[in-house]
Design a protein around this ligand. Structure first.
Ligand SMILES: C[S@@+](CC[C@H](N)C(=O)[O-])C[C@H]1O[C@@H](n2cnc3c(N)ncnc32)[C@H](O)[C@@H]1O
Length: 332
C-alpha cells in the first residue's frame, strides 16, 4: 500500500527525471484523475492510502506521460474559457492563447453594437457566427455560451473532430444553436446560413478537397457564393498555421501526439489564410467581422491579405508573451 504523499512524490520524481515540463502539475492532474478527487482533498489527506489498483493505474499514466503523451490525452479533458472540454488525440488541445481570440471577437461585437446605437447587453440576438476549423469546438462553444441567442456554424475538415465538437456541444447544452459541419473551410456554411436552416435539418457535409487542390476562388463568383447573399456577422478561426519544416522544432508532445491536420498549414504555415480570407469576404455581411488567430510568425504574410477596399479597421492583438496572436478586420 502507498499513500497519497508517497505516490505523488514518486510520480513527480519520475516526470522530472523524464524532463517533462510542469512535472508537478502533470503528476497532480494524473493523480486527481485516477482518484476522482479534487486538489483540496488530496492536499488535506496526504496520508490517505491508495488502493493497489489505483496506484497501478497512476504509475502507468505517469509512464505514458514520461514517454511524451500529453496530460490532456491521458485525462481526456482540458479547460478553456472556464469550461471543461473533452479532448482526444483527434483534436488540437485548446490553448490558453486562443482565449485572446474570444476576447477580441466579443469586444469587436460590442463596439459594433455601440456604433449602431444599440446599448443593451449583447446576447447575440439575430447574429450568425462561424467558427472555421472548430477542432474540439472550444471557440464555437465559448461564443455560444457568451452569446446565448446567436446561431453558430462550426466547421472542420476532420470527421473525427466534428464528432468530438458535437459531444462538447452537448456537454455544454449548446447543441441546439450550433450547426456542426464537416467541410472545407466555409464551404458548407453559406447556403445554410442564407436559408436559416434549422439545426435538425443539418446532416453531415462531406469533406471537399484540401486547400491547394482547387484553384483559389474570387470573392465574386466564388463556387460557394453564386446563389446566396452574404449572411454572416462574425467569422472566427484558429487555422492550422505551422510550417512543415518547423516540425522538428516542436515539442514531442505536439509533434508526435496532436493531429497533423490541426498543426500544419503547409510548407510555409500560412497557406490556409488566403482562401479563408477570400471566402470570409464573400460570406460576411457589410460590417461583418473576421477574427483570426496567428502563428508566431504569420503576421507579415496575413496582414497584407486584409487590405482596402474590402477590409477596414484592421487591428492586431498581442498575447501575454508579446507575440502578435490575433488579427481582426471588418468587411466594408
Ligand atoms: C489549430 S486547430 C484549431 C482547433 C480549435 N479551433 C482550437 O482553437 O483549439 C485547426 C483545425 O482546423 C481543421 N482544419 C484543417 N484544415 C481545414 C480545412 N481546410 N477546412 C476546415 N477545417 C480545417 C483541423 O482539423 C483542426 O481541427
Amino acid at each position: 500500500m502507498t499513500d497519497i504523499r508517497g505516490a505523488l512524490k514518486q510520480g513527480i520524481t519520475e516526470l522530472r527525471n523524464a524532463h517533462v515540463l510542469s512535472f508537478t502539475l502533470a503528476a497532480e492532474l494524473l493523480l486527481l484523475h485516477v482518484l476522482g478527487r479534487d486538489r483540496t482533498w488530496i492536499y488535506s489527506h496526504p496520508e490517505a492510502e491508495i488502493s493497489p489498483a489505483d496506484a497501478d493505474r497512476f504509475f502507468k499514466l505517469i509512464a505514458r506521460r514520461a514517454s511524451g503523451e500529453p496530460t490532456q490525452h491521458l485525462t481526456g479533458k482540458q479547460e478553456f474559457w472556464g469550461l471543461e472540454f473533452e479532448v482526444t488525440p483527434e483534436v488540437l488541445i485548446p490553448r490558453p492563447e486562443t482565449e485572446h481570440l474570444i476576447e477580441v471577437a466579443l469586444d469587436r461585437l460590442v463596439v459594433r453594437e455601440l456604433r449602431a446605437g444599440r446599448k443593451q447587453t449583447l446576447t447575440g440576438e439575430g447574429l450568425q457566427i462561424a467558427d472555421i476549423g472548430t477542432g474540439s469546438g472550444c471557440i464555437a462553444i465559448a461564443l455560444a455560451k457568451e452569446l446565448p441567442s446567436a446561431t453558430i456554424y462550426a466547421t472542420d475538415i476532420s470527421a473525427a473532430a466534428i464528432s468530438v465538437a458535437r459531444r462538447n456541444g452537448a456537454r455544454h447544452s449548446v447543441s441546439d444553436r450550433i450547426h456542426f459541419l464537416e467541410c472545407n473551410l466555409l464551404d458548407g456554411v453559406l447556403h445554410r446560413a442564407a436559408a436559416g436552416t434549422n439545426i435538425s435539418d443539418v446532416g453531415a457535409q462531406h469533406a471537399a478537397p484540401l486547400q491547394g487542390t482547387a484553384a483559389p476562388t474570387a470573392v465574386h463568383g466564388s463556387r460557394t457564393t453564386d446563389h446566396a447573399p452574404p449572411s454572416i456577422d462574425l467569422i472566427a478561426s484558429n487555422p492550422p498555421y505551422i510550417g512543415r519544416p518547423e516540425a522538428a522544432t516542436l515539442m514531442r508532445e505536439v509533434r508526435d501526439h496532436e493531429p497533423e491536420i490541426a498543426l500544419y498549414g503547409g510548407e510555409e504555415g500560412y497557406e490556409l489564410y488566403a482562401e479563408l480570407i477570400t471566402q470570409s469576404a464573400a460570406h460576411l455581411k457589410p460590417g461583418g467581422l473576421l477574427v483570426l488567430e496567428l502563428g508566431h510568425d504569420s503576421l507579415p504574410a496575413v496582414q497584407p491579405l486584409l487590405d482596402a477596399p474590402i477590409w477596414t479597421n484592421v487591428a492586431v492583438t498581442n498575447d501575454l508573451a508579446g507575440i502578435p496572436r490575433v488579427i481582426a478586420a471588418e468587411k466594408t
